[in-house]
Design a protein around this ligand. Structure first.
Ligand SMILES: NC(=O)c1ccc[n+]([C@@H]2O[C@H](COP(=O)([O-])OP(=O)(O)OC[C@H]3O[C@@H](n4cnc5c(N)ncnc54)[C@H](OP(=O)(O)O)[C@@H]3O)[C@@H](O)[C@H]2O)c1
Length: 310
């Protein structure tokens, strides 16, 4: 595993990071017990992954608890990034006054007394454009030692543009994969500002592994896709299999993201050891230049002007 500097922190982050959304998340992602989650997180750590992404609302606090249980004895060797705004009890609270108490609730679930990174979980444009007190409050909490860095989790080019232009965030988690490429136009700017850039949903929620086709049936969080959306994705996957001459697209999807300057880590969500190990292995694969260009072209020609829903 190779490591990248985590923004301006004196810390190196694994290029493959662990996504905590699936941990214990029966409602959205299917069965996973607390014990199996702890084992999976620990396996990731033993395999060289040292950056863990979670949020209070993932499985109503259970994701943070699993990560805390799995890593409390190696706390100083890992980077923990959690979020705030969407709470473990299912409510949403983006008030400035609640930031410190929300962080303290996460600390308790994570069995730690500091966070390496805290990011606002899909905040609105007023916050992203620096018109509010949120980042001043986070800066204050950084000075107290409660957190080491702060930032935002966002989805689009426009959100990325405004937040890097108008604020001093140090960490950005962004939706970015072969089907969602528009933010990459700003990655050099992000790199120049020494912001830790974490990419979420790298496999398009499983599609970019190549294992789903037009007949796929989804439950949980992925039940949102209608027939047309599934068929469009299936068609793109079919074309990518021809380009790669491979049925399994996982390593190409991950290597494509890592080929972008400025990307610190790719956060992949996994449900078992096989997926975890495959994604870790993909970190050492270098995408051929021609294929990289073909993935850029397929996005430009078939998705850019008619974006897929997430
Ligand atoms: N708003 C936010 O801040 C936000 C939003 C989304 C995600 N995230 C973070 O980003 C992480 C990653 O995003 P994501 O989990 O939504 O999407 P993802 O990583 O693109 O896809 C994850 C899903 O793909 C499948 N998968 C993963 N590796 C595989 C492999 N090697 N072979 C076959 N299937 C594989 C698994 O589902 P199946 O086996 O069921 O197909 C897994 O649940 C999350 O865990 C979370 O930490 C943050």
């Amino acid at each position: 595993m190779k490591y990248n500097p985590f923004g301006k922190l004196d810390a190196q982050a694994s290029r493959i990071a662990f996504g905590g959304w699936q941990l214990g998340n029966t409602e959205f992602w299917g069965d996973m017990s607390f014990e199996d989650g702890v084992k999976l997180v620990r396996e990731a750590y033993e395999s060289g992954v040292n950056l863990f992404d979670t949020a209070p609302d993932y499985a109503n606090g259970m994701s943070e608890k699993i990560i805390g249980e799995a890593l409390h004895d190696v706390r100083d060797k890992v980077i923990i990034n959690t979020k705030l705004g969407h709470k473990a009890d299912g409510t949403t609270d983006f008030s400035v006054d609640s930031i410190e108490s929300q962080i303290k609730e996460s600390l308790s679930r994570l069995q730690t007394d500091y966070l390496d990174s805290v990011i606002l979980h899909n905040p609105d444009y007023d916050i992203l454009s620096g018109k509010t007190e949120h980042f001043n409050e986070l800066k204050r909490l950084k000075e107290t030692g409660l957190i080491r860095s702060y930032g935002v989790s966002i989805d689009t080019y426009d959100e990325l543009k405004i937040v890097i232009e108008k604020t001093n965030v140090e960490v950005i988690e962004i939706l970015f994969n072969i089907f969602f490429q528009s933010p990459s136009a700003l990655f050099t700017f992000v790199k120049h500002k020494k912001i830790a850039l974490l990419t979420k949903v790298p496999l398009d929620s499983g599609w970019l592994t190549g294992k789903y086709d037009q007949n796929a049936k989804f439950e949980g969080i992925r039940a949102r896709w209608d027939k047309n959306t599934i068929e469009r994705r299936a068609d793109l996957i079919r074309k990518m299999k021809i380009m790669t001459n491979d049925e399994n697209l996982t390593k190409y999807a991950i290597a494509f993201i890592l080929s972008h300057p400025g990307v610190t880590s790719v956060i992949t969500g996994v449900k078992n050891s096989k997926q975890l190990q495959e994604n870790i292995k993909a970190e050492s694969f270098e995408i051929p230049y021609k294929l990289r260009q073909q993935f850029i072209d397929i996005y430009s020609q078939q998705i850019k002007n008619n974006p897929l829903p997430w």
